[in-house]
Write a protein of this length. Structure first.
Length: 299
């Protein structure tokens, strides 16, 4: 879920749009359990003027301190979005409403402006990297917050590591189960017989049947009990497990390359939109500025 939200915010940042209302109520979950950003009624181009908007209790829980302070030269930007996303990451991890003990806008505004942030519980199941990412995102100083692209990369890498460890753990557990089953079977296993009858009788039946078949040679020795120590199976089992892990690594690499292609595709879309926008405004001299040129060049 966190990665899906980060992917959406990262795409908005590439096309210079700010959502302006990142909170749990504006995240939708599809039937395929994919998170989607919703409610774009407050979204604006990054270059647009910052509009004054009324605050309600639920929205103020996710507001950056600079937004609550409302300095005269304040401008809403992606650093405010990063702060809101950091609060949302804490909410996802803890499964609690941020600042749920406070039911007053003024009180929440006051504690946030005084650098109070919700802390992670001691028994949190989230990794240290995830917790640090969320805490850095809600840093009081906007300059010290990571950009959304960096957050997306960290979450993406963290998911790959988690999936790889999960596959490895699952393979190890399955291997232990198979080994235990083999040990249990081998403890009551005395050898191989053609049937449960006397091996000598079985041998005679085989020879009688094979005598009528061409090019079939049956050894003169009687078929006796053939016991194979379990230790001989271990190297083969280990080799199969290693091969399986290599297949998993290859699949994970393919998934990573697919994500890179999707990211590149998003940048192409952003560039196409920018070019179309330039065509629309080609008769407006004031639109062809150095800033717009650099934005298009960065795409």
């Amino acid at each position: 879920m966190s990665l899906d939200i980060a992917r959406g915010l990262n795409f908005l940042s590439t096309i210079e749009i700010v959502h302006r209302d990142i909170r749990a109520e504006n995240i939708l979950i599809t039937l395929h359990e994919t998170a989607k950003l919703a409610n774009f009624k407050l979204s604006r181009l990054l270059s647009a003027a910052t509009l004054k908007q009324g605050q309600n209790l639920e929205r103020v829980r996710y507001c950056a301190p600079e937004l609550l302070e409302r300095a005269p030269n304040f401008k809403y930007d992606h650093k405010c979005e990063v702060y809101s996303f950091g609060i949302l990451l804490w909410e996802i991890a803890e499964e609690k409403t941020p600042y749920n003990d406070y039911k007053d806008i003024i009180k929440i505004t006051d504690i946030v402006r005084n650098r109070y942030r919700e802390s992670f519980s001691e028994n949190s199941q989230m990794s240290e990297e995830f917790r640090n990412l969320a805490l850095n995102a809600v840093n009081h100083d906007p300059v010290l917050r990571p950009n959304i692209t960096k957050m997306f990369e960290i979450l993406s890498n963290g998911l790959e590591t988690f999936e790889k460890l999960s596959h490895t753990a699952l393979n190890y557990e399955n291997l232990k189960i198979d080994n235990n089953k083999l040990r249990n079977d081998s403890s009551s296993y005395t050898g191989y017989n053609v049937t449960k009858t006397n091996p000598s009788n079985d041998y005679k039946k085989i020879r009688e049947h094979s005598s009528s078949l061409p090019n079939v040679n049956v050894p003169n020795e009687e078929i006796g009990e053939i016991a194979v120590p379990f230790s001989k199976f271990l190297p083969i089992i280990s080799e199969v497990a290693n091969t399986f892990n290599e297949v998993i690594d290859t699949a994970q690499t393919a998934k990573h390359n697919k994500r890179i292609c999707n990211s590149l595709q998003q940048r192409v879309y952003a560039a196409v939109l920018a070019v179309l926008d330039l065509k629309v405004h080609r008769d407006k001299q004031e639109y062809f500025t150095e800033l717009n040129y650099l934005c298009l060049q960065n795409l």
